[in-house]
Ligand binder design. Structure first.
Ligand SMILES: O=C(O)CCC(=O)C(=O)O
Length: 364
């Protein structure tokens, strides 16, 4: 068994731990194997690692609404992504117009420079698109997304690369389980962004995965979060969300990040970004995942872009399916991600025939 260096940091404490298990392939009789993928370099079953989310990590996520994983991607993986971004940098779009600004002018989170967005990575040709497609099913990430969104998780938004030069604006606090200040009545239950935990199973209606492609220290700016706000019961005051209310600095946490670190946060946790102050360009890849039968975005309606599916492995394709329940024969990733088979629950012949008789279609 191997010990690898993924560590979790939260509230500035470091915990290094890995539960080392052999892979267990325990599927019950209700599952059809559609493909046996053994795509990893090391084919020795005994030496594969388990990257399962530990109970301690679940405790921290439940407490705070986010978790920071250290050293998830290695230097080569980060370089591949940065090279791909460099090769496609001409496609990046500056959020320059007034209506595209993410922070209120002259607020604590604002700055002169604009944030820059780059999309379409899933459709990039080899080799540039590969590391971005791989993140959908990466062996070190899939167990976490499964633990946080459930079996059969799906990509919800188009993934986004965010680029920021020195002195560029942050992002006013947003998200959270109650509606905010964007035109809807304040403080109502927000059905789109919710967190729940029942009998030890965590559920997020929308989960963000932010992969850091640059280093930053505390105080440099970047992602910030209001700890524990996935469970709040009172709307965040508007002035607080722009950093202009007493107590903001005491309650907002901006983690220091290294290249290859990953933040998982519930979109039900109020979050945003501090203005970027570091000399080096800020770079991150932001993915949003949802449970199998949930959708916020509409990217799935065009399969996340022309020709994307043709470039994907069976595991990656499974994550790009539209929202519907796992029991309706959804092609489902195992928590081993890229290393596991794509499985499918069986629906009885008799029920499928009945649906055809009633609805003229195999599924209701
Ligand atoms: O800049 C960040 O890290 C936060 C991004 C964010 O919250 C968003 O794009 O919705």
């Amino acid at each position: 068994m191997l010990l690898k260096n993924i560590s979790v940091q939260l509230l500035k404490c470091n915990f290094n731990f890995r539960v080392l298990n052999n892979y267990t392939r325990k599927f019950n009789n209700n599952i059809i194997y559609t493909r046996n993928m053994t795509s990893i370099a090391n084919n020795n079953e005994d030496e594969k690692e388990s990257f399962k989310m530990t109970n301690h990590e679940k405790f921290l996520f439940d407490l705070n609404g986010f978790i920071v994983l250290r050293n998830v991607l290695n230097e080569d993986e980060v370089k591949e992504m940065n090279d791909a971004i460099d090769a496609n940098i001409h496609k990046a779009v500056r959020r320059e117009t007034k209506g595209l600004k993410n922070a209120v002018v002259n607020s604590k989170l604002s700055a002169d420079g604009s944030r820059i967005d780059l999309g379409g990575m899933l459709g990039w040709e080899k080799p540039h698109g590969d590391p971005f497609r791989r993140l959908l099913v990466h062996r070190k990430l899939a167990p976490y997304i499964t633990a946080l969104c459930g079996e059969g998780y799906r990509l919800d938004h188009h993934p986004l690369v965010i680029l920021q030069g020195k002195n560029s604006e942050g992002f006013s606090l947003h998200g959270g389980p109650l509606s905010g200040h964007d035109g809807v009545p304040e403080g109502r239950f927000n059905p789109e962004l919710q967190y729940n935990c029942r009998n030890g199973s965590i559920w997020n209606s929308l989960l963000a995965m932010s992969v850091s492609l640059c280093d930053s220290d505390s105080g440099d700016g970047g992602f910030c979060v209001l700890r524990g706000s996935h469970k709040l019961n009172f709307a965040v005051p508007e002035k607080f969300s722009i950093g202009e209310l007493k107590g903001f600095d005491d309650h907002i946490y901006q983690p220091a990040m290294k290249k290859g670190d990953v933040i998982f946060f519930s979109e039900a946790t109020v979050h945003g970004a501090m203005a970027w102050k570091r000399d080096e360009q800020r770079r991150l890849a932001l993915y949003r995942f949802a449970p199998s039968n949930f959708a916020y975005g509409r990217g799935y309606l065009n399969n996340f872009g022309e020709d994307v599916l043709e470039k994907c492995t069976p595991q990656q394709k499974a994550v790009l399916q539209p929202p519907f329940a796992v029991r309706l024969q959804r092609k489902t990733l195992t928590e081993q991600g890229e290393d596991g088979e794509v499985k499918q629950y069986k629906r009885s012949e008799v029920k499928m025939k009945h649906d055809v008789a009633v609805f003229g279609s195999t599924y209701f």
